[in-house]
Design a binder for this molecule. Sequence first.
Ligand code: FUC
Length: 751
Amino acid sequence: MGNGRLGAMIYGGVQQERLQLNEGNFWAGAPYDPANPAAYDLYVRARKLILAGNAAEAEKLLQVDGLGKPSGQASYQTIGELVLDFPGGGEAKDYRRSLGLDSAVATTQYTIGDITYTRKIFSSAADQVLVVRLTADKPGRISFRASFSTPNKNSHSGARASELVFTSTGGKHADIQGKVQQETIVRAINDGGAVIGSGSTLTVTDANAVLLLIACRTNYINYHDLSGDPDVLARKDLAATSKSFDQLLADHLADYQPLFSRVQLDLGTTPQAQRPTDERILHFADGNDPALAALEFQYGRYLLISCSRPGGQPATLQGLWNESMNPPWNGKFTVNINTEMNYWPAEKTNLSECTAPLFDLIKDVSVTGQQTAKVMYHAPGWVLHHNTDAWRATAPIDGALFGIWPTGGAWLLTNVWEHYLYTGDIETLRTFYPIFKGSSEFFLATLIEEPVHGWLVTCPSVSPEHGALVAGPTMDESILRDLFAQTAEMAKILGVDDEFRQKVLAARQKLAPFQIGKYGQLQEWLDDIDRETDSHRHLSHLYALFPSNQITAEDPELFAAAKKSLLGRGDAATGWSLAWKMNLWARALDGNHAYVLLSHLLSEPGGDAANGSATGKLQYAGGGTYPNLFDAHPPFQIDGNFGATSGITEMLMQSHEGFIRLLPALPDAWPEGSIQGIVARGGFVIGIQWKDHRLASASLQSRNGQICRIHSAVALQVMDDQGHPVQATKEGEVYSFATAGGRSYTVREGT
Ligand code: FUC
C-alpha cells in the first residue's frame, strides 16, 4: 500500500500481522556535497589517455579520485514493522488475501471456529495516514498486541493510553552521521473492549472492531533542509481520527479512483483468472491467461499511483517499499536506466500527475549539479552522473566504469520534454527551460572533438556499465541529440535566446552520427567493437529506438541495425532488462517477440535473490516476477513492473513518430480485446477495440485540438461525436484530420 509517501507491505498472517512501513523521506545521512576538486586534472589526463587508446590507464586514474567524496551515496531506509500479535490459536480456514487494484485496499480474511475475521488496510493520500480496520463477525472477538520491530538501532518506542509512538533516526552514510528523524504514531480506536498502552506495547482486548490510524513523518523538508518537526506533523495527520472508517475509505477512494480508473484494458478472460496470482505467474507461459497480462499492466499503474505523488520522493529502485537499512544498490535513484524506466508508463497510461516528484528531483539536481560541474569539470551549467539520492548528490560514484557517465541528468530532462508533448503544458517548459539550458551549457563546455572525424563527444564516459572508459558512446551522443534539439525547440517556442539556440543546433550537427558495424549492428561505441552476441543487460545504444524516437521504421537501414543489435542481446535477462527489450521489440513492430519478453517477465525468477552492491560482483540471475507480482531483478526491483506496463502500451499504441499507430505490435496471443484511456502525444486520449487481430474501431478524444495523424496500411474512416464524417487527408500511409479540443472522434477501417 502507498500514498506516494507512506508505504506498507502487508504480510497478512493469521497469528501475526506485519506491516512493513516506509516513509519516502527516511534516508541515511544528512545533506552533503560530494564534489571532489581532485577530479578535474584527472579528467584532463584521462581524456588524453582514452583518445590515445589507453582506457585501462584512464580507468586506474579515475577509479578512486575521479569519483565524488564519499564515493557512494546514501541509503533509503526502512522505518521498521508494526507487528500485531493475535493470541489464542486455532486453525484458520477459508484464508484469502487480496489487493483491489481499483480500490487500493488490501483485505485479509479467514475463519477460525465459527468466527470470520477481516482486516482492511489502505494508505490514504487524502488523509495522509495508513488505515487498518480489524473486524470479526461476532462481537467482542478482536484482541491483539501491537508493537514495533526494527533493524534500526537508533530507535525508541513507548505506549500510553491508546497510542504507540515510535521514533528513530536514519543511519550513517559513510562518515556522515544520520540526521533524518522520524516519528510514527499508532492510534487505536476501539469499538467495545479495551485498549491499554504500556511499556512499548498497545494491548487491545475483546473489542468488536478496532481502527488503527498510523501517522508517520520525518524532519526532511527537502535535500538541504531538515527542520521539519515529525511530532507536530504526525499529530496533525491524526486529525483523521475524527473520521469514521467509512468516511476515511470514501475519501481515499475519491482520491485514488479518479486516477486509476482512467484506463481499462481487456485482453480476454479464461478460467485461469480464477486461480491465485502466484499460480497464474507459474503458468503464464502456457498461453491461456491473457488476463494476467492485463493485470500486470494495471498493477504497474497501481504501483505508480501508490509510490509517486506530488510532494513526495520519486519512485526508488523499490518504489516506496524497502525492508532494509541497507537495501540493494541503496534503494536509491539509479538514472542510467532504472529511474527513467519507472516513469515510462506515466504519460502514456494517463498518470501525468505522477511525474511531479521526478520533476522536483530534476529541479534539485540542476542546483546541486552546478557544484559538481564547477568543482569537478570547471564547467558552467549542471551535471548528474549515474545515481542520485535524497541529498541530490550528483558526482560520479561506485567506480570509474559505473560512475563516470555524465549524461544522467540530460536523460532525465527528456521526461520533461515528453510531458510537454503529451500535455502541451507550456508552463512546465517555461519553468524548465533554464534547466535544459544549464545542461546544454555543461555539454557545450565539456564535449571534445575526437581526432578522427572531429565529432563532438563526451569523454571520459562509458556505455552504461558495459565495457571500458570511452569517448562518445552511442547512448551519450543520442541523449545529447535529444537534449540539444529539445533545448533549441524550447527556446523557439518561448521566443528566447536565439543565439544560444543556434549554438546548440550547431553543436548538435557535430555529434557523432549513428554507425552500422561489421555485423550490420547499430554500434554501441565509436569503434566497431561490438560482439555479435552479447547478453549484457544494458541496451544503452538502443535508447534511440526506445525510449527515444531517433530510429524508426522510416529509416529502414538504421531500423534493421537496431534490430540486429537487439537480437544479439538475446531474450534472457534481469527484470528491467526484459522489460526494456519488450518495449524495444514493440518499437521494432514485432509483437510476438515483445510477447516472448513479457512471458519471460511473467515467470518464476530464474535464480537466487542476490544481495545487491554496486561493485559489479553480483551474479545476475534471470529476472521474472515474484508471487505478489513484484518484479525480480532479482532481487526485487520495481523498474521491471513499470517497464512492463509501458511495454504492453507500446504493443497496443505508439505515437513517437509524429503520428499514432494503432495496434502496432499486437501479438498472436491477443486476437481480440480493448483498451480505453491511454494517451498519445499531442494530447489524444485513445480507446481501441480489436477483433480477429484487426482494428474494429478506435476512439480519440482531443484534449488540445491538435491535428491528429494516424498511420494505417488500409483506408480509414473518421467520424466526429455527432456521427458526421470528418475529412482526412492521406499522405503515404498517414491520415490527418483537424480536431477540436474536448471533442471525440471515431476511427474505423473502410472508405
Ligand atoms: C544498474 C544496473 C543493475 C541494477 C542497478 C540498480 O547498475 O546495471 O542491473 O539495476 O542499476
